[in-house]
Design a protein around this ligand. Sequence first.
Ligand code: ZN
Length: 318
Amino acid sequence: MPIDPATGLVAALDIGGTKIAGALVDGEGRVRVRSRRPTPAREGGETVMAAVEAVLADLAASPLWETVGAVGIGSAGPVDASLGTVSPVNVPGWRDYPLVERVRRATGGRPVTLVGDGVAMTAAEHWLGAARGHANALCLVVSTGVGGGLVLDGRIHPGPTGNAGHIGHVPVDLDGEPCACGGRGCVERIAAGPPLARRALENGWRPGPDGDVSAAAVAAAAQAGDPIAVAAFERAAQALAAGIAATAALVEIDLAVVGGGVAGAGEALFAPLRRSLDTYARLSFVRNLTVVPAATGTDAGLLGAAAAAMPPGAGATG
Ligand SMILES: [Zn+2]
């Protein structure tokens, strides 16, 4: 089914542990139709798939559906784009689940492209956000986990299975704590929201009257100058900086884009992040690395899934 880049649309799916979002996206990155369902993450695999099909049915009810030429999926990982399967950590009913084939069947045989959610966010930032115009960049999502993706030589670099750039599981603490991935001392184990908040609590930070002990609450305390909260963000920033510096040394990026809920802390995160990068990224070819907040917001997953499926010439190539 050929798509006319000028008028055709891409159907995008953003699949996470709490919600399944879908949209029809045009070649300029405009969301024309959208739908959303909660992810029945504790249910069996077919129940989760039924929720995906319900989102697709909402999209297919639009008169614009006729112009949809391709489908892009950004999914919580791990994914295996080479096999078309997903095994999201937070969706136990899906293990090596053949999502690409199921979505292809549900969408009348349209071509389906699958990428991990970190790669999707990177594709969105490169197409429409803070990495636009950059040939070599690392994009990070720092929230309940830490994900990421790479732009190399002007193109998204998903890697063979769609997981390349997964900075959350780069070890930065040689004898660090065990990580959910089976490794130890990973960036995610230190910089994600839950360990960040835990560190603040362990060091004596106490929540306000509402009892909120989330990373967002620690961020508010850091912004108000609470020294323990500030230190918790400094530690998270240090882990992120070490991972970013390692990436820069390996593949020569000149930009790191940081999004996700923890990045919502603003300068509480970005100021120590820049300082730590000054400490870790010293060689001439990594010193010009800049760090900026992500710009595509809550639609990053959908726009990135769309970008991954856009045909060349439609605005989101590579
Ligand atoms: Zn790990």
